[in-house]
Design a protein around this ligand. Structure first.
Ligand SMILES: [Zn+2]
Length: 184
């Protein structure tokens, strides 16, 4: 990308991952500040881990549905996954579930571990466990609100398509022209 707004971090499974300049500035400041207090850096890395794995979840579901992943962009408060949208609306809506599913795969064990062992674990382990567990679960629930700009709108639409057409018919239901799509 010949755009100064983004820094290319790495490529994962052939998909480039970009970071917006605002995120790199904040991370740099947190690294400098970590000499005085490392907790903010640990908290920020935990939050960005949620964001990154959420986008990987979309990528995982897109791959399962045979849709081409194009890029992942990470911003200060959210990520964006760009992919080649299916001409099948049901499949495009299913990709939205990927982020929340991966968040659940992370927050369930983190909440269990924190509930069982927080008394004996050091603060620098408990802090990421709380963020990757409870905060992560709250973000996932918020993201499932069926509102514009949130995954919830497509997630719940996939369920309505499923019940309207049945699984096999929904999978065959083609009602869109194939074009590029990006979701948060
Ligand atoms: Zn998402």
């Amino acid at each position: 990308m010949t755009n100064f707004k983004y820094i290319k971090l790495f490529v994962i499974c052939g998909v480039p991952v970009f970071m917006h300049w605002s995120l790199s500035m904040v991370l740099l400041l947190l690294v400098l500040y970590s000499a005085a207090d490392v907790s903010m850096l640990i908290a920020a890395i935990s939050f960005f881990t949620i964001m990154f794995f959420h986008e990987l979840g979309h990528m995982w579901f897109a791959a399962k549905l045979g849709l081409k992943s194009l890029k992942i962009k990470l911003y200060l408060f959210h990520g964006r996954f760009c992919f080649e949208e299916s001409n099948n609306e049901y499949h495009t809506c299913l990709v939205a579930w990927g982020g929340v599913v991966v968040q659940a795969i992370i927050f369930i064990p983190c909440i269990v571990i924190f509930s069982l062992y927080s008394d004996v674990l050091p603060w620098f382990v408990n802090l990421p466990l709380v963020i990757l567990g409870y905060i992560n679960a709250l973000i996932a629930v918020f993201n499932l609100i069926p509102a514009k700009g949130l995954d919830g709108r497509r997630c719940w639409k996939s369920i309505s398509l499923y019940f309207r057409y049945g699984r096999s018919k929904a999978s065959r239901h083609k009602n869109r022209k194939k074009h590029l799509r990006s979701i948060k």
